[in-house]
Design a protein around this ligand. Structure first.
Ligand code: HEM
Length: 475
């Protein structure tokens, strides 16, 4: 314990070499997930928890007050060396150069400007999502036709459609709902997210595991996923390079980037590797998050038919049978409250993307040395004792309504706060709103009596409900 930095946040004893790994591992095994395990530790040691896993000091904040101070700090805004912590070092060795944080601001500005140009956060985004919904509805209608109902495995129900809404802006391309390659790629990504964790993976803390237990430590899965996604992105970028016409206005982000690359100075942050890195980050950040939030949403909808009915009453009254678009959102507070409650259910089981201290600083009066990794267990803000949400485990959309209008409490930050706030908030919310309402407009979602959903949560980079099925009938 003597090696703890002075005034470091309180936490369990640090053993030589392994730090507090055993205590974290025990807490996780007791409560079945890392978010619940570290929530227990935060109750014991306080809202700013000091840990050490392997060689790495890690601070985990819990609860609204500590979270606000952490995420609005102007010092705690770095990312770990590599985006998903030590894991990415291996990506680099494989030739996958990842987004360097010095360049991030310039790249982020570029990304936001151009994604907007291709539809992000604009009216065009509504059309883009509507196209995907129409395709999904066509395939459900076909499946329902013969028997009058269909049964879907909800784990991958939305995945290709959701990725398309992002990929259309990034690459100008969409994939069919049953595209085998895309389904496979997403399955690989989803497997990785279940094997590793936002705060790292066993092999990132104990490199020896790569050699003695490549399977169990998640190492094999990590390498396979990166190789597969990297190959996919490289092919995509090569295709764009081959067909690039600089005389034409670009119509997607990859082309816009390649245009800039042609005229960029040597000293700028633009490079082809950087483009691969951006695509990789967007691919990783943008699909599983929204997909899993929708999985939580539909799980609670099939468990609560009365909530489906209330949403359908609002849809029928406000929209009728025409296609729903984003302009309808302001007139549909009940549907909007379902979106917010689904986001609470997802992020209440998640950790924020880890940050790194750019220099030594203070947090809640404790000393945080330079390069300490800090993350937030969002359970504290969404479901914890200080969250302000009553009966937090229950799906109650009405908690976001006051006098019939949407009311968002102060400590509700599913997309983070401050400089490192999520870039995809508008797309994620648009997708969750439009997919949920458009499907409820046409269908009822039922519990499958013979295989009721297990209410366990799959722990990992992005939490998800355990695999469940739903029976879908026309309304
Ligand atoms: C339900 C869906 C989503 C949730 C709950 C979510 C949540 C978050 C959170 C909590 C962060 C970390 C904030 C921090 O570090 O303080 C984040 C970062 C990020 N998200 Fe999302 N996100 C979602 C969807 C998306 C989508 C659709 C995209 C892509 C368009 C996206 C792109 C990003 C990026 C690029 C970052 C890193 C930003 C940076 O480092 O500056 N996210 N997200």
């Amino acid at each position: 314990d003597i090696r703890k930095p002075k005034n470091f946040p309180p936490g369990p004893f640090w053993f030589p070499l392994i730090g507090s790994t055993i205590q974290v591992w025990r807490a996780r095994s007791r409560s079945k997930s890392l978010y619940e395990g570290t929530a227990e530790m935060s109750k014991q040691f306080g809202p700013v928890l000091g840990l050490k896993v392997g060689r790495n000091p890690i601070v985990i904040v819990y609860g609204p007050e500590a979270y606000k101070e952490f995420s609005t700090s102007i010092v705690l805004i770095g990312r770990p060396d590599d985006f998903y912590y030590k894991l990415r070092t291996w990506g680099r060795r494989l030739g996958i150069i990842l987004t360097d944080e010095e360049f991030w601001q310039e790249q982020k500005r570029f990304l936001l400007k151009h994604l907007r140009q291709f539809g992000f956060g604009t009216k065009n985004m509504s059309h883009l999502v509507e196209t995907e919904i129409s395709c999904l509805i066509d395939s459900i209608d076909k499946a329902i036709m013969s028997e009058g109902y269909t049964i879907y495995d909800m784990e991958r129900f939305f995945s290709v459609s959701i990725l398309n809404t992002l990929w259309k802006m990034m690459s100008g391309k969409r994939y069919s709902n049953d595209d085998k390659n895309m389904k496979e790629l997403q399955q690989i990504l989803s497997d990785l997210f279940k094997t590793v964790h936002m705060v790292g993976a066993p092999f990132s803390y104990y490199p020896i595991l790569k050699y003695i237990a490549p399977g169990i430590s998640g190492y094999k899965c990590f390498i396979n996923t990166h190789i597969n996604i990297w190959k996919f992105l490289r092919n995509e970028i090569d295709y764009h390079k081959k067909h690039l016409d600089t005389a034409q206005e670009p119509t997607n982000l990859i082309d816009a980037y390649l245009h800039v690359l042609k005229v960029a100075d040597d000293g700028s942050s633009y490079s082809e590797d950087q483009l691969v890195a951006i695509c990789m980050d967007m691919f990783m950040a943008g699909s599983e998050t929204t997909n899993n939030t929708l999985s939580f949403c539909f799980l609670y909808l099939i468990l609560n038919p009365d909530i489906q009915e209330k949403a359908q009453e609002e849809i029928d009254r406000v929209v009728g049978s025409r296609m729903i678009n984003l302009d309808d959102r302001s007139r549909m507070p009940y549907a909007e409250s379902i979106v917010l409650e689904a986001l609470r259910m997802f992020s209440g089981r998640a950790f924020a993307v880890p940050h790194r201290a750019l220099k030594a600083t203070k947090l809640a009066g404790y000393s945080i040395p330079k390069d300490t990794i800090i993350t937030a267990n969002l359970h504290g803000c969404m479901m914890g004792p200080d969250s302000g949400f009553e009966e937090p485990e229950k799906f109650i959309p009405e908690r976001f309504l006051s006098n019939g209008e949407v009311h968002i409490p102060d400590n509700f930050y599913p997309f983070g706060l401050g400089k490192r706030k999520c870039m995809g908030e508008s797309l994620a919310k648009a997708n969750i709103f439009l997919f949920t309402t458009s499907l409820l407009q046409k269908y009822n979602f039922h519990l499958l009596q013979e295989s009721p959903p297990d209410m366990e949560i799959v722990d990992g980079v992005t939490p998800a409900p355990v695999h469940y099925k739903a029976k879908i009938t026309r309304r």
